[in-house]
Structure formats: C-alpha cells, structure tokens
Design a protein around this ligand. Sequence first.
Ligand SMILES: Cc1cc2nc3c(=O)[nH]c(=O)nc-3n(C[C@H](O)[C@H](O)[C@H](O)COP(=O)(O)O)c2cc1C
Length: 304
Amino acid sequence: MKILLLCHSSTGNTRLVARFAARHLARLGHEVAFHELGRGTPPDPVGFELIGVASPTMYFRPMFAVEAWIDGLAALPGATLRPAFLLCTCAGEPGAHFELQARQLRQKGLQVLGAHWVAMPSNWPPHRVLSRAVEPGLPLGRLLIRGPLRPLRVGLGFVWAELTEPDARDRRELEDFLAAMPAAAARRPWAPPAPEALYRAWLPGARLAGRKLGPREARKSTQVRIDPGICERCGTCVRACPSGCLTWPDESAPPRMGSGCTGCWACYNHCPHKAIAGWGSPPGLGRYPGPSAPTRALFADEPR
Ligand SMILES: Cc1cc2nc3c(=O)[nH]c(=O)nc-3n(C[C@H](O)[C@H](O)[C@H](O)COP(=O)(O)O)c2cc1C
C-alpha cells in the first residue's frame, strides 16, 4: 500500500516515533513517503492509499502550528473520503487531540480510522521545572511502575517528567497499531469510529480544556522573552519557531518576538545558550534536550 506519513515535531519526540513508524511500515511491505510539515511542499497526497499524521499534543489538543499547516493544505479532490490514521506523542494526556484532528482532516477529505499515542518525557518547561523537585525519587518511580502498577506510569509522569520514557512494550503497542492501519484501510466498507471515540481522556476536564484553549491563552501562559545579555545572536530560535513569529531584522541585536506566538516553547527549548525566559521558568531552566539515548536506541532499530 502507498502510505504518506506527515509529521511535525518541536523537540524530537514525535520525529523519532514517526520515523520509526515509517521504517516499520516499509518493513511490513508498504511503500512509505515521509514528510515533515513546515519543511517545503508535502508530496501530493492524491496518489496515496493511506495518510498518517504524527504531531505532539500541546494544551490537550494538536499543536496550533500543525493545525495551521493542515488548514493550509488543499482538500483532496473527489467526494470519496480517503483513509487516514493519527499518531501523537505526549506526556500522558492527549485530551481532545485526536478528536479535533480527525474533524479537521475530514474537512480535507480524510477519514481517520484509528489513533495511537506514545508517552514521551514532557517538553513543557514549567512541568520539567516542577518535576525537578521530585526527580531524585525517579529510581523509586521506575521501580513502582514495573508489573501491575505500570498503568500508573502516565499519571506519575505528571510529577516525574522523565517517568514517561517509553519502553519495549510501548514500541510493541505502536507496531501492533501500525500493522492494523493498512489492514483497516484495505477492508471495505470501513467502519470508522466517531472522532470522540478515538480516545477517552482519563484526566477530568482534559478534553474540554483541549476544545476550549486557543493560541491566545497559550501565548499568555508562555510569555517567552529573550534576555539580551545572554543571547548570542545565533538565530536558532528564529529557525525553530513553527509560527514564524520571531523576526531578526538586525543580526547584531537579539531576535524580536512578534505577535503570532502560539505558546509552544520551541524557541525556549531550542536556544543553545539558555537565553530565553518564560512564565514560570527562568532562562533555560527545564529546557528539554530531546529524547534520551535509551529512547533513541529503542526507536532506532527495527524490532528484534
Ligand atoms: C506547550 C506544551 C503543552 C503541552 N501540553 C501537553 C498536554 O496537554 N498533554 C500532554 O500529555 N503533554 C503535553 N505536552 C508534552 C508534549 O506533548 C510531549 O513532550 C511531546 O512528546 C513533545 O513532542 P515533540 O518532541 O515531538 O515536540 C506539552 C508540551 C508543551 C511544550
């Protein structure tokens, strides 16, 4: 089957998982094209029989920049909907992510047949700052989540940001999901789930929050600013911003924050000099360095 996998990642978690997904689907015998949103023009989706969208959850919903990119894609021609699937990485609660993205894709001529999320360490700086206080207890947390207490992992991940490091079981579950999607797309007629049925939030209010929160609230909660005394004028933040809201007219001065910020903390997380401060986080504190070496190794190879 010809599969197109569209992906966006702010700090590398989703990219790692989506690249693994692309390789795994290819290993299962499918012809897979992989494209990162925001990096040039995506391949024309018309020739593909299945389309996957992989993106991070932010504010209990799909990242705003991803939503904007999908909005900008042309709707597929014809009255017949084409099959699609969703992947996301998040710290433990996708909220309304799948529901909202499935509705948006429907407008583009895609019918979502299934959705899957992989728990990854949080890249939300305030969460990482808070969890530093209890981080010394992480080995105990890891011990706790073995065996029957494993379902607690995601809940406890809200206290220990690193507790949601995925393991072999997460990879197996992802592989099972990936194997099921082309099979579901090949079966006719489809029995697509209603968008709300793709995922049931376990955190009270998460779905409602995801439906209600907009870029304005996100921007307010972030309030990132560049410290001119620390900024080395390298321009990394300008390149990392998925909303293009950072401008840099004078390269001898720090970049300027424009008005289109969507509160994703990409600039903060990417700044190599820890020159960006945000609400609740002094410059660089709690900055997410990207997936750890064990997590990279977990998704680096084909299943053993
Ligand atoms: C602004 C912001 C909001 C987030 N909101 C959520 C959330 O609502 N639920 C959740 O489980 N994780 C949340 N996260 C954590 C990310 O979804 C998670 O770390 C994800 O794996 C990041 O993917 P990436 O590295 O591909 O950007 C949030 C992270 C950020 C930066």
